[in-house]
Design a protein around this ligand. Structure first.
Ligand SMILES: Nc1ncnc2c1ncn2[C@@H]1O[C@H](COP(=O)(O)OP(=O)(O)O)[C@@H](O)[C@H]1O
Ligand SMILES: [Mg+2]
Length: 232
C-alpha cells in the first residue's frame, strides 16, 4: 500500500530530520509509530499523507511512485488517506457536525445520508450532545474526537493519526483505540503515532521506532527488532 525506499527529509538547508528510511505498509496492517519528542514522527506522518515530498529516496503510494505524480494526481491519492493531525486542524467557524460532514460534502454525498452518518459517528465518539458547537468552545479532548471522526467518515484505505489520544483520559483513549481496531478489522490500514505506554502494552501491533531520524521496526508478536538500513 505504502513503500518507503531510502527516504530522507530535511527542512530547508537544515540537517536531515529523517535519514535513509525504508519500510513497507502492507494492506490491512496496523503499526504504531513511536519515538521521543523531536524524533521525526510528525515529519514521517507528513510524508505518509503525501503532504510533503521527500528530499531524497522514493515514496510509493497505492502503486504509484509519488515522485512522478503532479499536484493534481497527488491530491487524488491523498483522498484515500484519512489524517488526524496532532494539532487537529479543525475549521473554527464551523460546528463539530459541519467539520465532520465536510469530506462527505466534498464528495457530493446526499445531505440525508450525511446527517445520519455524521450523527451516528459523533454519538459514537461521545459528542452527540455537542455536535452543533464550534470547536473553540470545546475542550482539547473533544476537539480531538471531532478530528478523529472527520478522518474516518469517508472510510479511508489508510488512516494516519498523530498522537490521537494525547488529550484524552485513559478510558476514552482506549475506546478510541477500539474504534481504530474495528476499522482495521474491516480492512483499513492504520498507522498511529503514540507515546502512550498503556496503549503500546495492551495492543501487540508492530512498531516503527524513530530515534534521531533513523527507523527500526519492532514486532512484539515475534519480539524481533530489525534495524532499518542506515546511510551508506
Ligand atoms: N516545519 C518545520 N521546519 C523546520 N524544522 C522542522 C519542522 N517540523 C519539524 N522540524 C524539526 O524536525 C525534527 C523532528 O520533528 P517532528 O517531526 O515534529 O518530531 P516528533 O513529531 O517526533 O516530535 C525536529 O528537530 C523539529 O524541530
Ligand atoms: Mg509530533
Amino acid at each position: 500500500m505504502i513503500k518507503f525506499e531510502h527516504v530522507g527529509l530535511r527542512y530547508g538547508i537544515g540537517p536531515e530530520v529523517l535519514s535513509d528510511i525504508s519500510f513497507t505498509l502492507a494492506p490491512g496492517s496496523f503499526h504504531f509509530l513511536c519515538g521521543p519528542s523531536g524524533a521525526g514522527k510528525t515529519s514521517l506522518m507528513s510524508l505518509l499523507y503525501l503532504g510533503r515530498r521527500p528530499t531524497r529516496g522514493m515514496v510509493e503510494a497505492f502503486g504509484h511512485n509519488t515522485n512522478l505524480l503532479d499536484r493534481v494526481a497527488l491530491s487524488e491519492e491523498r483522498r484515500k488517506i484519512g489524517v488526524v493531525f496532532q494539532d487537529f486542524r479543525l475549521l473554527p467557524h464551523m460546528s463539530a457536525f459541519d467539520n465532520v460532514a465536510l469530506p462527505l460534502r466534498i464528495n457530493d454525498v446526499p445531505e440525508k445520508k450525511i446527517k445520519d452518518h455524521v450523527e451516528e459517528l459523533l454519538d459514537w465518539v461521545g459528542l452527540g450532545d455537542s455536535m452543533h458547537r464550534l470547536p473553540p468552545t470545546l475542550s482539547g479532548g473533544q476537539q480531538q474526537r471531532i478530528a478523529v471522526a472527520r478522518a474516518v467518515i469517508t472510510n479511508p484505505r489508510l488512516l494516519l493519526a498523530d498522537e490521537p489520544t494525547g488529550n484524552l483520559d485513559d478510558e476514552i483513549g482506549m475506546k478510541l483505540m477500539g474504534l481504530f481496531e474495528q476499522l482495521n478489522k474491516m480492512g483499513t490500514t492504520i498507522v498511529i503515532a503514540t507515546h502512550s505506554l498503556q496503549i503500546l502494552e495492551r495492543l501487540p501491533h508492530p512498531r516503527l521506532i524513530l530515534e534521531s531520524g533513523h527507523l527500526k521496526v519492532f514486532d512484539p508478536a515475534t519480539s524481533s527488532s530489525v534495524e532499518a538500513a542506515h546511510v551508506v
